[in-house]
Design a protein around this ligand. Structure first.
Ligand code: FNR
Length: 189
């Protein structure tokens, strides 16, 4: 039997009722139904200090950074859903990315990723996205040309967690398909 594709899914929010966490869950379900092995990285469960090079010099990588590096390192692809804070990447998410770039070896180089964002506002994280694209691209991640920007996220989800809009539901399906197509091209069965 062909080995399952390994994908790490992460939301860039710590909020329990995070819209991005909800959106991510929908993508994760589609990935799992397609046979992928998905590791959902919940940043609430991996405490990380703020990036501090003095701390790093003194103590090396904190345990949380070692853990996220290990899990990112095992993945062939990433599915990300991040909020927009003041038009950019939330500090907690950028902090996690920053820690993951420290220590030996790159856990990003040569990987494939797909980006989503959800916001209660009318732009759906559109201003944050180029920032996240830049950071990940420079780290060596190939990102799908498509992305999702879910607007008015406060009204976007049904009780069961699915999306009200069939348009957005189709977009998530298409994005995940794009991610899997690139992964299958790189890792043929
Ligand atoms: C926000 N929010 C926000 N929304 C947006 O569309 N553009 C923005 O620039 C900002 N800026 C911003 C800054 C800070 C510090 C906070 C805390 C929030 C609102 C944000 O989209 C909203 O809180 C979302 O619900 C966050 O995503 P999660 O946690 O629901 O996934």
């Amino acid at each position: 039997m062909a080995e399952a594709l390994r994908i790490l899914a992460v939301a860039g929010s710590l909020r329990a009722e995070s819209y991005n966490r909800k959106l991510l869950r929908i993508g994760v379900k589609i990935l799992q139904e397609a046979g992928a092995e998905v590791d959902v990285l919940d940043l609430r469960e991996v405490p990380l200090p703020l990036m501090d090079e003095d701390l790093e010099d003194r103590e090396g990588l904190p345990p949380g950074a070692v853990e996220i590096k290990r899990r990112l390192g095992q993945a062939q692809g990433f599915l990300i859903s991040s909020p927009e804070y003041n038009s950019s990447i939330p500090g907690i998410f950028k902090n996690a990315i920053d820690w993951a770039t420290r220590g030996e070896g790159s856990v990003f180089e040569g990987k494939v990723g797909a980006l989503m964002a959800a916001s209660p506002g009318r732009w759906g994280g559109l201003r944050m996205m180029p920032h996240l694209r830049q950071v990940l691209t420079v780290l060596g991640v190939w990102l799908t040309p498509s992305q999702i920007n879910l607007v008015k996220a406060g009204d976007a989800f049904k009780e069961d967690g699915s999306l009200v809009s069939t348009f957005y539901a189709g977009q998530v399906q298409d994005l995940v398909t794009e991610l899997l197509t690139e992964l299958r091209r790189r890792y043929p069965a």
